[in-house]
Ligand binder design. Structure first.
Ligand SMILES: Nc1ncnc2c1ncn2[C@@H]1O[C@H](COP(=O)(O)OP(=O)(O)OP(=O)(O)O)[C@@H](O)[C@H]1O
Ligand SMILES: [Mg+2]
Length: 227
């Protein structure tokens, strides 16, 4: 089953003389439960594409279907709700809210949706992330690896069907990197959560089921590593 389908997706930033075509007519599908690595040179359009897949930005043209929903057909409010429930996003620099504790950062998506926190799920998640002893700390009191685990907790708490990560280990040493990738892979394999990771790290790309190479805003290669 295809969880994600993009059709003729293009994104141009700016207008006239300074316009940049960051994404140029990209189409592909991703199956539920697939682990896809996105690689390519700096400036090739990888983050632009991830933002469009995640409903964070709007395309100049083309469509994104997630679980058969044409996401850019939704209005802003509907899209924000869809994004919170269906998509987990992880960034290189964590993007945690500095004035909220670990616990508050993780549960924020549920609170924004006025959903009650499932205490058992919360306890299981923080145990898995090894954050049980840091729940009342602020982000600036944590190590980089811990901060990234909080951002993974925040992305996981609403059980999204798709996890999108933009260089999630770009700021971490190799031990913390492999811990983070192992966690993401565990959710991918155990819960069949679709995982799409942008990475410059070949060791990470080689763990994926499929590697898509972006160059100049287009798909230059699309290789299945594990069918
Ligand atoms: N908000 C923006 N306004 C104008 N141009 C932008 C904007 N965001 C990205 N671009 C341009 O779009 C192109 C693609 O950028 P993008 O961030 O998607 O690249 P990337 O593949 O993620 O690169 P990196 O590996 O360095 O993160 C670049 O030329 C960039 O300068
Ligand atoms: Mg980028």
């Amino acid at each position: 089953m295809d969880i994600l389908k993009i059709e003729h997706l293009s994104k141009t930033y700016g207008k006239g003389e300074t316009a940049v075509k960051a994404l140029d007519d990209v189409s592909f599908t991703i199956k539920k439960g697939e682990f896809v690595a996105i690689i390519g040179p700096s400036g090739s359009g990888k983050s632009t594409m991830l933002h469009l897949l995640g409903g964070v930005d709007r395309p100049t043209s083309g469509k994104v279907f997630i679980d058969n929903t044409d996401i850019y057909n939704l209005d802003e409010t509907q899209l924000a709700i869809f994004r919170r429930r269906q998509i987990g996003l992880i960034y290189q620099f964590y993007n945690l809210i500095p004035v909220l504790t670990v616990e508050e950062n993780i549960t924020l998506p549920l609170l924004l949706d006025e959903h009650k926190v499932d205490q058992k799920q919360f306890a299981d998640t923080v145990k898995l992330l090894n954050l049980e002893n840091r729940l009342h700390h602020l982000p600036n009191q944590l190590s980089g690896g811990q901060q990234q685990r909080v951002s993974i907790g925040r992305a996981l708490i609403s059980n999204p069907s798709i996890m999108l990560a933009d260089e999630p280990t770009g700021n971490l040493d190799s031990k913390n990197s492999s811990d983070i990738i192992d966690l993401l892979k565990m959710f991918n394999k155990t819960y069949n959560q679709t995982l799409i990771v942008i990475t410059h790290d070949e060791r990470i790309a080689l763990q994926a089921d499929r590697v898509i190479t972006i160059e100049d805003g287009r798909v230059a290669k699309d290789e299945v590593i594990r069918p």
